[in-house]
Design a protein around this ligand. Structure first.
Ligand code: SF4
Length: 282
């Protein structure tokens, strides 16, 4: 059997650099949207981008919990467990650079800080390729608090799905620091739908669903959300959402799970693509 060898040290080094970039430099799409904004506090928003990029200080005090999505071939061999490598990368980046640690040891009984921003959340998906792609989100607590799961009646219409997403964003108001990127997971089980909604947030804002029916639904939701006119930071000026992305999966005949996740106006994310160093026959 042919296996693809990947050096975990190389992954860690590249991921540390990507975590630095995601926390200090916004992507071109987001930068263009912020540059177009003319309204209250525009100078602050625009200056924040420049200061972060030039100084290496984070774009926001909440430097988030890191959530990884690892897509790997089933015959790829890492030199150490990938979850360890990714946690080592988070530890190195967050202790080396001036980023806040935001993770506590236990949600109820021991809310002491772990002091290195680990553990990260790691999702692993296997495929039949000989490559590895690792996407990640730097997920702030404010936007994470807006994650919702709706278990709909299977006969629900797309109008009802649009309505529930719009109502949720309307109730959220300025929470989550709009403009938002909205990720929607449809189908699977309840837990799968939530993971899909997070995965949807790793898409680029100018991407559309490959399936025209879902691309149309994304556009309908985006247009309706922007009609709310919540605006930048809830100030009623400018757009409310940058983009909507849907990931979908087969589901049970009695279910229609719809999960909604949002990312704040910074949309801090990244990707590392890895070609294996060599192949070996075992
Ligand atoms: S939602 Fe985003 S911009 Fe707002 S405080 Fe949290 S991380 Fe910062």
């Amino acid at each position: 059997m042919k296996v693809f060898m990947v050096d975990s040290n190389m992954i860690r080094e590249r991921m540390v650099q990507q975590l630095l970039r995601a926390n200090t430099i916004i992507d071109d799409f987001v930068e263009a949207q912020i540059k177009q904004y003319n309204g209250p506090f525009e100078d602050v928003l625009k200056k924040n981008i420049i200061v972060a990029q030039q100084s290496g200080l984070p774009l926001c005090q909440d430097t988030g919990m890191v959530e990884f999505f690892v897509f790997t071939g089933h015959a790829v061999v890492f030199t150490e467990p990938v979850e360890k490598t990714l946690n080592d990368a988070v530890r190195e980046a967050y202790t080396k650079y001036p980023f806040r640690y935001s993770v506590v040891k236990d949600p109820i009984f021991d809310r002491r800080n772990t002091l290195d921003n680990t553990p990260a959340i790691v999702h692993i998906f296997f495929n039949d390729k000989g490559t590895v792609q690792i996407r990640f989100l730097v997920k702030g607590g404010g936007s994470e608090n807006l994650t919702r799961l709706f278990m709909l009646n299977p006969s629900s219409t797309t109008d009802e799905i649009v309505e529930l997403v719009v109502n949720h964003i309307k109730e959220s108001g300025a929470k989550g620091c709009p403009p938002l990127k909205i990720g929607i997971g449809v189908g699977g089980s309840a837990d799968k739908a939530i993971v899909l909604s997070k995965l949807a947030l790793t898409r680029n804002s100018n991407e559309h669903n490959e399936d025209d029916r879902y691309a149309d639904l994304e556009k309908r939701i985006l247009d309706s959300v922007n009609e709310l006119k919540i605006g930048f930071q809830g100030l009623s000026v400018g757009i409310t959402a940058y983009s909507v992305h849907i990931e979908h999966a087969p589901t049970h005949i009695a279910n229609l799970p719809v999960a909604v996740s949002v990312d704040c106006y910074l949309c801090r994310k990244g990707v590392v693509d890895i070609e294996p160093e060599r192949t070996e026959n075992i």
